[in-house]
Design a protein around this ligand. Sequence first.
Ligand code: SF4
Length: 240
Amino acid sequence: MNKAIFKQSNGMYAINIVSACGVFTPKQFAGLGQATLKCDVYRLKLTTRQTVVAVLNEENLAKLETRLLALGLSVSPYGGTVRAVKACAGNAALCQRALGDALDLGIALQEKYLGWELNKDVKIAVAGCSRGCTDPLCADFGVIARSRDSFDVYIGGRGSTRKPLHGQLLAENLSTVGVFQLLEHVLDTYSNLAHPKERLASTVARLGVRAFAPPEGTFTSRNEQLDDEFLAFISKEGEA
Ligand code: SF4
């Protein structure tokens, strides 16, 4: 797995910093500011994936990375991997339009899958309602809440290209557990069926969305009882 550290036109290096779907605690935010001062960071820039890029001289990269880890932040993985998850402010405490806990789900998905190795990068986006502030239809795996613990999943979307694609509906009314189960199934299927270096959107376009459909009745719908152990996992990750 590569780290997202890239040489810039001015000879400096950009390092891509991941937090919990763009959320920082005040302590992390202040600590990041202090770390960037200590490491002579030239500029900080927000990215479309809700990460932060810091531009600095090569000799300070390792020092900044050490400080990031101490703050509970990390350097984004890059190149054949699950990338930082985009999640909107949709949860009970924040956006009033939220129909389900998109932010908590996005953070839990990132905690589990960030850095998983695959053919090509896979981008995940989660939105708390159909307004789709995180562009879930332009993600490889897009999740949209329709009510509490009920989510629709779209796959095969693609943005950041001259030929953007909207994802296609793969499953409706999944529980939180079901979203995890379906993502794992989609990633496994992608790993098995994709041509070398083929993006998920291209595999879906080539084989059709049904090739990624799970066998009937495999996954947990919102009406089924949630697994206690899994809920404990979600709660724990949400506190991190
Ligand atoms: S997608 Fe919906 S829930 Fe999420 S921030 Fe936008 S309006 Fe709020």
